[in-house]
Design a binder for this molecule. Structure first.
Ligand code: NDP
Length: 604
């Protein structure tokens, strides 16, 4: 029996490979990530904060602190929490938004929720004693939890909201970072921790004529409920006479579309590439189960989930959902020898996507629409989606899918959107077109730190990063980053962010106890980490480079002669191993107290 015959496929694997490639090639475009429109200049209004109820008025602050944290999302929150737990209390958090929350402050679109199980997603549940209300939390609940965390650890007193860092400069004489802000603050800190987010800089599609549109328009992360009526979990009662268009069909749109469809007179969904949408199965938390939970339950569950998505197949599978099923079904049990594992993994991926396509055909009644909604790429090429209402929405008479067959919109006019010469008149245009992920880090942060000798962080990245675990950088003393720069990427990002924050707090405690004025990794430690990142990376690069264009391959889906994504600098790679390996490395380092070996300090 051939390996292929052990998988349920509707066509031979070679035909699937050819189909995937045909679809990928349709989407290749030479401009890659530069196709998108930044929210500045004439698009700056798109970036305004619609959620501020009261503008904060205050004088500029001139102050000195032990540490400054940039960001009030889960990175800043967990960092603040762990600094407090380490007894480090002299710090402030600088946050652009009007409150804590980060992603969950900005994303308030209708239907917004988290696709990672709440019991594993929300950090520090064991400490706050909170039990989420549902298996998958809504955005308002998560935002509320962020506020609860901030209260629990006393972070509100240390927060500077509605404030943006505009510059960070190393003061060689004082051995401190000087941070300036758009409010004229001048803050000096021994340690500067940038937890500025991973998906925070919204982008618009690069479509000709976008600036000419005369109707109402906004990005999903700046939802204008004043125009639509309703709220994140309430019916949008002002859309009943409106023709609404939504551009994009990624993980965000999947959640928003059913709600727009319910409220709008007519909804046009403009699709370039369909998402893979599997079943969700949300449910209320069982109060008896919640009452039975023992201390440490949340950590145990989070690690069980992480083991599953690292391909370990733990028994039992505590979370038992779409994410764990994807990673557990790798075809290994059907392989007869280790040599067959790679092919088995590919065939299992085909099989899972065949199920996604079959589900689409089963739910969506119109055959052409169902065909257009079928995704033809590897399951992990885009964030897999899980939703029970998205696909049925296309059976509604007031919903039209406009499939742009991989090429995107032709143009936008004063009145609406044009594709293949046909103009769709629109009153409200919602851009569900995501966030910058592959653009330069310093562009995404909005400033370029200047280190010793005038070296800028962007120049440093161009030369190739030197860090310990992606957290603390060489040549940039006392600067810490919570990001994917030489760090890991995983579906449950908060798990990674949280572990980063624990390690940074641990390092700061050690440095303060030593009376350090500067701290950075040794060259050996930084070189070792750069090498460790690459273990397993070839597999990741090979998978990503065959993917439909997207964030995993710099929107190009193109590779060089070595099979690597173009412009890929191995030193700036993400961690090539599994999520649980990354966590284990950080924990073992902490437990082993390897600071003296891997970090250099000065005490003058
Ligand atoms: P994405 O970047 O995933 O999606 C953007 C969408 O816009 C894509 O469908 C893209 O098409 C489309 N698009 C871009 N340009 C054009 C164009 N010119 N014409 C037509 N369509 C266009 O953004 P999202 O906001 O959906 O998701 C961003 C990330 O946020 C996700 O990857 C996920 O990590 C996270 N997220 C997580 C959630 C969770 O539950 N944890 C929920 C929602 C989001 P194409 O695919 O062809 O590029």
């Amino acid at each position: 029996m051939s390996l292929e015959s052990k998988f349920r496929l509707s066509m031979p694997a070679d035909a699937l490979r050819a189909k995937y490639d045909e679809e990928r090639v349709k989407r290749l475009r030479p401009d890659g990530s530069s196709q998108y429109q930044e929210l500045k200049g004439k698009f700056a209004d798109f970036d305004e904060d619609p959620y501020i109820t009261e503008e904060i008025v205050r004088d500029p602050i001139i102050a000195e602190h032990e540490a400054i944290i940039l960001g009030g999302g889960f990175g800043g929150l967990t960092q603040g929490a762990h600094l407090v737990k380490q007894g480090i209390k002299d710090f402030v958090l600088i946050e652009r938004g009007g409150d804590f929350g980060g992603t969950w402050y900005w994303n308030r679109y209708p239907g917004c929720m988290c696709d990672v199980e709440s019991y594993c997603y929300l950090p520090l549940l064991d400490e706050t004693g909170y039990v989420p209300r549902q298996k998958y939390s809504t955005a308002p609940e998560i935002f509320g939890y962020c506020q609860m965390l901030a209260r629990h650890f006393g972070l509100y007193d240390r927060a500077l909201f509605q404030t943006q860092v505009t510059d960070a400069r190393w003061d060689e004489a004082a051995k401190r970072w000087i941070i300036t802000t758009d409010r004229g603050d001048r803050l000096s800190a021994r340690y500067f921790i940038i937890a500025g987010g991973i998906l925070h800089k919204a982008k618009l599609p690069g479509v000709p004529g976008i600036e000419t549109f005369k109707g109402h328009a906004f990005h999903t992360s700046r939802w204008d409920y004043g125009y639509t009526g309703g709220g994140p979990t309430q019916f949008m009662d002002k859309l009943g006479d409106k023709k609404v268009g939504i551009v994009g069909t990624g993980a965000t749109a999947i959640q928003a579309v059913p709600h727009l469809a319910e409220a709008a007179q007519h909804l046009y969904v403009f699709q370039r590439t369909p998402s893979a949408v599997g079943p969700r199965g949300n449910r209320e938390t069982d109060p008896d189960w919640a009452a039975s939970l023992k201390p440490g339950w949340a950590f145990e569950r989070e690690m069980n989930f992480t083991a599953s998505i690292s391909g370990r197949k733990p028994v039992p599978d505590l979370v038992d959902d779409g994410w764990t099923h994807i990673h557990r079904r790798d075809g290994a049990e059907r392989a007869d020898s280790p040599d067959e594992l790679k092919l088995a993994a590919e065939l299992a991926d085909f099989e899972r996507m065949e199920e996604v396509r079959a589900r689409t055909a089963e739910i969506v009644k119109d055959k052409d629409t169902a065909e257009a909604l079928k995704p033809w790429y590897g399951h992990m090429c885009k964030r897999p989606c899980f939703h029970d209402e998205y696909l049925p929405t296309f059976n509604r008479p007031n919903v039209t899918l406009v499939d742009t067959k991989g090429v995107g919109l032709d143009r936008i006019t004063e009145n609406g959107v044009v594709f293949e010469g046909k103009e769709y008149e629109i009153d409200l245009l919602v851009f569900s077109t995501g966030f910058e992920v592959t653009s330069e880090y310093t562009r995404r942060m909005g400033f370029d730190p200047v280190g010793p000798g005038g070296l800028t962080f962007s120049q440093h990245i161009a030369n190739g990063l030197e860090t310990l675990h992606g957290l603390v950088g060489r040549k940039f003393p006392n600067l810490f980053t919570i990001s994917t720069l030489q760090g890991a990427a995983m579906p449950n990002f908060v798990t990674m962010i949280h572990e980063d924050a624990i390690n940074i707090a641990h390092i700061l405690r050690w440095a303060i106890d030593k009376g350090a004025t500067t701290i950075q990794p040794t060259k050996l430690a930084a070189d070792d980490w750069a090498a460790r990142l690459l273990v397993g990376i070839e597999k990741v690069v090979e998978y990503n480079s065959k993917c439909t264009p997207g964030v995993l391959n710099n929107e190009q889906g193109a590779v060089d002669e070595q099979g690597r994504i173009k412009e890929w600098n191995p030193r700036n790679s993400i961690f090539g191993g599994q999520p649980d390996e990354f966590l284990a490395i950080l924990r073992e380092w902490r437990a082993g107290h390897y600071e003296d070996r891997d970090l250099e300090i000065t005490t003058d």
